[in-house]
Design a protein. Structure first.
Length: 119
C-alpha cells in the first residue's frame, strides 16, 4: 500500500507593500507658541515629551490631542515617575495657521450628576 502525497503548491507572489499615508502635523513654531501661551512652557522643568497626536479631519479643520509629559526622579524610587501634566484637545486651522483650544473644563468632583454638593 502506497501513501498518498500532497500535491506541491506553487509559490505565491508577495503582496505589494502599500505606502502609508502620512498624517498631517502642526508646525513646531505654532505648537510652541500655543503651549507658551497656555502653560508657560519655558518655565516648566523636566519636560520629557510633547506630543501633538492627529485625531481626525472634518472639512478643513484638523483635530489634535496635545500632551505635555514630565519625568521626575525621586529619592528611593527604582524608576522615574512619568506623567502627563498638561493635555489639550484643539482644532487646528491650516489655512489660517491657528490653533483653537476646545478642551472641556474638568467636572467638579464635589458635585454629583444632578449638581448637588456631596458631603
Amino acid at each position: 500500500m502506497k501513501t498518498q502525497r500532497r500535491p506541491r503548491t506553487r509559490p505565491v507572489a508577495p503582496k505589494p507593500i502599500e505606502a502609508k499615508v502620512s498624517k498631517p502635523e502642526i508646525p513646531n513654531e505654532i505648537l510652541k507658541d500655543f503651549l507658551e501661551e497656555k502653560c508657560n512652557l519655558s518655565t516648566l522643568k523636566d519636560i520629557s515629551k510633547i506630543r501633538a497626536g492627529f485625531l481626525w479631519e472634518k472639512g478643513n479643520i484638523q483635530r489634535y490631542r496635545i500632551n505635555v509629559w514630565q519625568t521626575t526622579y525621586e529619592m528611593g524610587q527604582f524608576c522615574p515617575n512619568t506623567k502627563i501634566i498638561h493635555s489639550y484637545f484643539v482644532f487646528y486651522y491650516p489655512d489660517e495657521q491657528m490653533i483653537v483650544d476646545k478642551t472641556a473644563e474638568p467636572v467638579d468632583k464635589h458635585k454629583d450628576l444632578l449638581g448637588r454638593i456631596r458631603t
